[in-house]
Design a protein around this ligand. Sequence first.
Ligand SMILES: *Cc1c(COP(=O)(O)O)cnc(C)c1O
Length: 400
Amino acid sequence: MAGHDDTTLSPATRLVTSGRSPTADVVNPAVYRASTHLYPDCASLRQRTSENRDGRYFYGRRGGPTQWALAEALTALEPGAAGTVLYPSGVAAIAGALLAVLRPGDVLLVTDNAYDPTRSMALGLLQRFGMEARFFDPLDVESFADAFCEKTRAVMLESPGSLSMEVCDIPALAAIAREKGAVSLIDNTWATSLGFRALEHGCDIVIQALTKHVGGHSDLLMGSCTAGEAWYRRLRITSQELGHVVSPDDAALALRGLRSMQLRLNHSTASALAIAEWLEARPEIAHVLCPMLPGSPGHDLWRRDFESGCGLFAFVLAGRDDAARCRLIDALRLFGIGYSWGGFESLALPVDIGAVRQTMAWPREGWREDDRHAIRLSIGLEDPQDLIADLDRALAAMDA
Ligand SMILES: *Cc1c(COP(=O)(O)O)cnc(C)c1O
């Protein structure tokens, strides 16, 4: 079997082969539950301490074969990567990356449409440790360079942005960050390495909530950071200092999810597009926020930079209030109401975007003032026609 270093293979094929040993007797790695690793003698015990890398037995906190296989598979899927560190959740990965990069006194630039816990972390934890967060509008590339100062150490990017789904010009923003001597980190959970090759597009550290597309079955929480050699070492050391580990059982589940990720993304992308098109034609809907939809904001940049999409998008009701929004969501039968996304099942969530923006307007410029109540949908693996019928029924219930 080809190893992960065979970059002539397409990503779909590497999704199947990566992280697997060419000589293994079984398809999947064993689930090694192990805190203690044993050494044959004192000499090897002393030597092993300094060999701090995946594949070397040391102690459970540095992982074991199951976690290493997952990390290797994720590295293989990210062109330009030297390694991957695993974290107990996506939020832990974000914290692990920011704490690896920042020092007291540093300024962090954060995209204004960042995942909400990223904002809270920047304004809470990081501030308590002496770092300052400043939010910027990622669509305003012109003024981005002006946001930097002597102390700007890093830039936190995310595209499409959380909840409001703006696609920004990552190559342009990352190039400016590099020119200014800052590190760029990107939360690439929406696209995954299959949909957006973040390192190739100029980012330094790629963060993913594996909880979403990689897990894919709403049964695990995990995060990852993937990077080139220099940052990978730093991430690894910091995560060991913080004592981050993931269980071998969860790593095995994540690996299983990973193998079918392309198929699931293809299906949910096609379904989301069909549903977004249907919603766009409805009079109750003012705006569909779905970069995969032709004519939508961000569609051209998405086409230029992304290889694929996924099932997550949002829409804004035309002039309805929060009570109407809740009537719609409560009337849905096939959509669960809940956080997270990227699972096999569809979800709907009311999202109050204006409450979590500093520099980006909500409602957006040019919109009616009462076009503000948004619903986020995560489209799963159901038949899209059933989901459309469910939405149709719920829209009628909203206005009944
Ligand atoms: C869910 C999510 C995370 C956090 O992942 P958890 O595993 O829930 O901590 C990070 N970023 C984005 C964009 C997410 O949607």
